[in-house]
Each structure stands twice: as structure tokens, then as C-alpha cells.
Design a protein around this ligand. Sequence first.
Ligand code: NAD
Ligand code: AHE
Ligand code: ZN
Length: 369
Amino acid sequence: MKVKAAVAHAPQQRLTIEQVDLEGPKAGEVLVEIKATSVCHTDAYTLSGADPEGLFPAILGHEGAGIVAEVGPEVKSLKPGDRVIPLYVPECRHCKFCLSGRTNLCQAIRKTQGQGMMPDGTSRFSVGGTRLYHYMGTSTFSNYTVVPEIALAKIREDAPLDKVCLIGCGVTTGIGAVINTAKVRVGDNVVVFGLGAVGLNVIQGARLSGANMIVGVDINPGKKAIAEKLGMTHFVNPKEVEGDLVPYLVDLTDGGADYAFECIGNVNVMRQALECCHKGWGTCVIVGVAGAGEEISTRPFQLVTGRTWKGTAFGGVKGRTELPKIVDWYMDGKIILDDFITQVMPIEEINTAFELMEEGKAIRSVLTF
Ligand code: NAD
Ligand code: AHE
Ligand code: ZN
């Protein structure tokens, strides 16, 4: 079938809206009509050329929501008309990782997903006979996409797709990082570096967990107001701090953060985030994604003296099992989501959405088809 997609032909080039060929779903696959998608910083990171797994030409996008249009052979859990959120971390419920009870990182299709292919090693997208790569197993910058059944969370029928698309990444990642990965407890002091959709949702998760101090750190003072609405108690602009940021944060939090979250993708900030943690027990959670070849470093003494570095993908959430509950939280008014949507625009304006994100003028732009 012919579909409308935003194609990324090469790194650092504008996306082009094109009519693209999409093959129907094969065994275990599902054709989804994407109704809305938002742009996450990870899309911009891959488009920048910094992603070691970045492949071109590709159809990017991983924060979307849609309706099942057709199911391939052997698909059992979904039917046409079901509302779904695509999952860049699938949940097969059979692999060693799924059965471990220790991680959400299902590995059933990770290899082919990283190669921009469906699990059978081929692509469903092409244009003018040229193969297009899938992206993160989701490729939501297209009005139709083919996704493995194990990478679709079925959600309730009354969920507004132009809102809950954010649950496909930013909202879930931020809240999950706090609740699943860090397991923040009542009274903990939390420091959050980077107040984009991910960091703001860490703030929201920290408030829900009953944190005491919730310190937000961002070089863009325009993020202060929304962060305060979500529960931030103290704002720190590193550009306004005299002297080193780390001792400033350690002082502010009476000895250091119980938990610090890096939500930027900057390896220098990842070091600051670890070193502002409390001696003896503070834990730093890495959420941001850093570019090819970049590495983190610190004095091993920081770890010897009781600080921990850990990381999280998709907030440690098992998507098929847990996303329906997160959608319920939104529908029941337990979590804020609408405030993150700063722009709504047609897919034709997707390049503007990327520009607004880079300029710090958007939290999330939602694109509709
Ligand atoms: P974003 O661009 O919307 O937000 C980043 C924020 O960081 C901005 O407010 C910016 O002003 C701030 N910032 C930039 N440099 C800074 C600095 N030196 N000090 C303080 N603040 C600074 O991005 P986002 O969509 O919220 O994503 C954040 C990061 O999380 C990205 O690296 C993204 O790739 C990653 N991410 C990871 C996961 C995961 O599963 N681990 C999921 C989603 C996003
Ligand atoms: N391709 C990158 C990896 C990027 C990365 O870490 N992605 C996160 C999700 S970011 C969503 O906005 C993730 O899920 N990681 C786990 C995984 O298996 O990819 C690289 O550096 O190679
Ligand atoms: Zn994302």
C-alpha cells in the first residue's frame, strides 16, 4: 500500500514527506494506522548522526499511538480496531530477559531491530524500489507502520491517541526511572539534570513517590515554571552558580542527593550527577543517551565511597503488561500529561518540531496525520 511518511535520507538533513510503499504484515506482525506521534530527543540524536545504530534512509519516530488496521498470520492478542502504543522495548514473555523478573529489556528481536529490520531480517518500507530502514522497531513518522505483535501495547478504547502517544516514551521513561529503577522513597532528596519531557516526568514521578527536595537543574530558565507545577522544589541554573556545581548541589541537599537523574545525554553532566550523590548511598540513574564514542568517567573513589551508577531504558517498564495501567493513571487524572504538549501540528511540519526542540522552545510537539 502507499503511505505518507517523513523520510530521513541522511544525517543532519531535513526530513521529506513522501509517498512510500509499505508491504502488509507477515507472520506475527501487525499493520497499525498511526494517528499521532511526538518527537523525542532520541529521534533528533539519531538524525544528528551521533547514534552508532543510526541507519539511513529510514523512517524515524518511536513515540506514537494508533489503531490496528490488519493483523498478519499467527497474531493472537490483537485485532483490527484495537488501540495500541508501539513499544521500542518489546515484551515477548518468553526470552531469558522477560522470564528473569529482573529487567524489562526483552531481547527477542533486539538484533534485527538494531539493524533497522523486521524480525525476519527484511524491511516493509521502500520508496522507488529503494529499501527504507525501520527505526527502533516502531517507525511512527508514517501514517501506517508494521510492528511485531510483541511490540504493541493494547490500551483502552477511550484513550485520546493525540495525548497518550507521549506514554510511548517520555512520560513512561521519566516516571518509570523513579518508580522502577531508582525506587525513590518518601522523604528522599532528588536532583534532576535536564528538564525536557523526560526530566519533567522524573520530577512528576518523584512527587508521586513523596520525595522531599526535588531539585531541577537546567541551563534553560524557561523550564522553571512547568517544573514547579510538576513538583520541583528548587531550580538551579548552572550558568548562575558561582564556582563548581557539584559542591553547590551537595550543600543544597544536606550532603548530597539520595537519587540523581541525568536526562540530557551529556557525559560531563553524567559525572556531575554521580558526584552530587550522597556519600555512602546516593545513586545516579543515567537516562540520557550519549553519542557514539562518548564515555563516562569519575574517580573510582566516588564508587568506593558508596555512590552507585545505574541506567534505565523505557523506565524499566514492561510495555504490554504495564502501559495500560499508565494510560489509566492519565485517564483517572493521577498523572499530568497535557502540559507537556506545547505544539500540535500536521506531519508536514515535522522539521519545525525538530527545530523547536533543539531551540528549547518545545517540550513535546505532537504531529497528526
Ligand atoms: P529534551 O531535549 O527535551 O530535554 C533536554 C533538556 O536538557 C533541555 O531542557 C535542555 O535545556 C537541558 N540541557 C541541555 N544541556 C544541559 C546542561 N549542560 N545542563 C543542564 N541542562 C541541560 O530531551 P528529552 O526528550 O527530554 O530527552 C532527554 C534525554 O533522554 C535524551 O538524551 C534522550 O535521548 C534520552 N532518552 C532516554 C530514554 C531511555 O529510555 N533511557 C528515553 C527517552 C529519552
Ligand atoms: N542506538 C543507541 C541506543 C540508544 C538507547 O539507549 N536507546 C534507549 C531508548 S531511548 C528512547 O528515547 C533504549 O531503549 N536502549 C536500550 C536498547 O536496547 O537500545 C546506541 O547508543 O547504540
Ligand atoms: Zn524517546
